[in-house]
Design a protein around this ligand. Structure first.
Ligand SMILES: NC(=O)c1ccc[n+]([C@@H]2O[C@H](COP(=O)([O-])OP(=O)(O)OC[C@H]3O[C@@H](n4cnc5c(N)ncnc54)[C@H](OP(=O)(O)O)[C@@H]3O)[C@@H](O)[C@H]2O)c1
Length: 304
C-alpha cells in the first residue's frame, strides 16, 4: 500500500470461514478490529479479561448483524494460568486459526503493578502474556494456510530500551520506560518469530502494527493524554486500520510493520513503516526470546 492508495476497512477481502482471535477486543482498537473482521465474515474470538465488558462489546457487534460471528472467551494476560486455560479451551473448540491479533495492552499505571506471576504489569501483559499465548497457539496457526500473527506495538517503541539487567523494573522503575520497553519487546518478538518461521519454511507470517495516536481507554492513567485526546487523537475506527491491514492486506509481508501515513505516523491510513533500529537488533531479540521462554515456561517451536 502506497501513500496514494488510502486503504479502509471497506476494502477488506471476504473473511468467511476464517477464524481470528483478538486480545483485548472489548474496547478501543481491539473492539474495532473484531468488529470489522466479523463484519467481513470472520469468526472472531474476543479474548478478554472482563466478561461483562466483553459481553456488552460482543452484543454491540452482533446487533449490526455481521456476516461472520463473535464469541467471547476469557483471557487474562496478567495470569499465565489463564493464558494456558484459554489456549486449551480454544483448541478444544476450533480446529483452525487464521489470525492471532496480539492487541491487548496496558499503559503507564500509576505505580509499579505486578501480574499474578509477579511480572511488572506492562512487560507481563504486553509482551510475556502474548509471547506465551502465541507459543501455545502455534500448532493451529501452522496448520492453517496463510495464517498471520499480528502484534500491536507503538511509536513509543522508539524510546524503549531493553534493560536486561532489570527487565521487571525491580531496582529502578519508570512507568513510561516500562511501557516503551514492552512495546519494543513486541517488535523484537515479531521479527524474531518471523525469522524462525521463515527458517522453518512455515507459511505463517509474523507482522506488527501500530495505531498512531488514538483516543481509547489506554490513556486512562494519564491526565495529559486525556486532555490531548479530543484535540489530537484519531478515533478507534481509524486507529484500527493498520492492525486490520496487517491482518488481511494482500501485499503484507512477513516481518512487515504497518502504521498510519500521516505526520509523525500519528494518524492516517495504513502504510508499511520503518521500525526503530533498536527493533532490528537480532542479538537482543534472541536474548529476549530466551528470557521469555524461561519466564513463561512456554517454549516456541516454529515447525519445520
Ligand atoms: N491508543 C493509542 O494511541 C495507542 C498508541 C500506540 C499503541 N497502542 C496499543 O494499542 C493496543 C490497544 O490499546 P487501545 O488503545 O485500544 O486501549 P484500550 O481501549 O485500553 O484497550 C486495551 C485492551 O486491552 C485489554 N487488557 C488490558 N489488560 C489486559 C489483561 N491483563 N488481559 C487481557 N486483556 C487486557 C483491556 O481490557 P479492559 O477493558 O478490561 O481493561 C482492553 O480491552 C495496545 O497494545 C496499545 O499499547 C495504542
Amino acid at each position: 500500500m502506497t501513500k496514494s492508495e488510502k486503504w479502509t476497512a471497506d476494502q477488506m477481502p471476504d473473511q468467511t470461514g476464517r477464524v481470528a482471535i483478538v486480545t483485548g477486543a472489548n474496547s478501543g482498537i481491539g473492539y474495532e478490529t473484531a468488529h470489522q473482521l466479523a463484519r467481513h465474515g470472520a469468526t472472531v474470538i474476543m479474548a478478554c479479561r472482563n466478561q461483562k465488558k466483553a459481553a456488552t462489546a460482543a452484543a454491540a457487534i452482533e446487533q449490526e448483524g455481521p456476516a461472520g460471528s463473535v464469541e467471547v472467551m476469557t483471557l487474562d494476560l496478567a495470569d499465565l494460568t489463564s493464558v494456558r486455560a484459554f489456549a486449551q479451551a480454544f483448541r478444544q473448540r476450533h480446529d483452525r486459526l487464521d489470525l492471532l491479533i496480539n492487541n491487548a495492552g496496558v499503559m503507564m499505571p500509576p505505580e509499579r503493578w505486578e501480574t499474578a506471576d509477579g511480572f511488572e504489569i506492562q512487560f507481563g501483559v504486553n509482551h510475556l502474556g502474548h509471547f506465551a499465548l502465541t507459543g501455545l497457539l502455534l500448532d493451529p496457526l501452522l496448520e492453517t494456510p496463510a495464517s498471520r500473527v499480528v502484534t500491536v506495538s507503538s511509536s513509543m517503541a522508539r524510546f524503549g530500551e531493553m534493560n536486561f539487567d532489570d527487565l521487571q523494573g525491580e531496582r529502578s522503575y519508570s512507568s513510561r520506560g516500562a511501557y516503551s520497553q514492552s512495546k519494543l519487546a513486541n517488535l523484537l518478538f515479531t521479527f524474531e518469530l518471523q525469522r524462525r518461521l521463515a527458517a522453518a519454511g512455515a507459511e505463517t507470517i509474523a507482522v506488527a502494527s501500530h495505531p498512531g495516536y488514538t483516543a481509547t481507554d489506554l490513556q486512562r492513567h494519564s491526565r495529559l493524554f486525556r486532555v490531548l485526546n479530543p484535540l489530537v487523537a484519531q478515533k478507534p475506527e481509524k486507529g484500527a486500520l493498520p492492525t486490520l491491514y496487517a491482518a488481511v492486506g494482500e501485499d503484507v509481508i512477513g516481518g512487515g510493520y504497518y502504521g498510519p501515513d500521516g505526520f509523525q505516523e500519528m494518524r492516517g491510513h495504513p502504510v508499511k513503516v520503518t521500525p526503530p533500529a533498536s527493533a532490528r537488533d537480532e542479538a537482543a531479540a534472541a536474548r529476549l526470546w530466551a528470557v521469555s521462554e524461561a519466564l513463561t515456561g512456554v517454549e516456541i517451536e516454529s515447525g519445520d
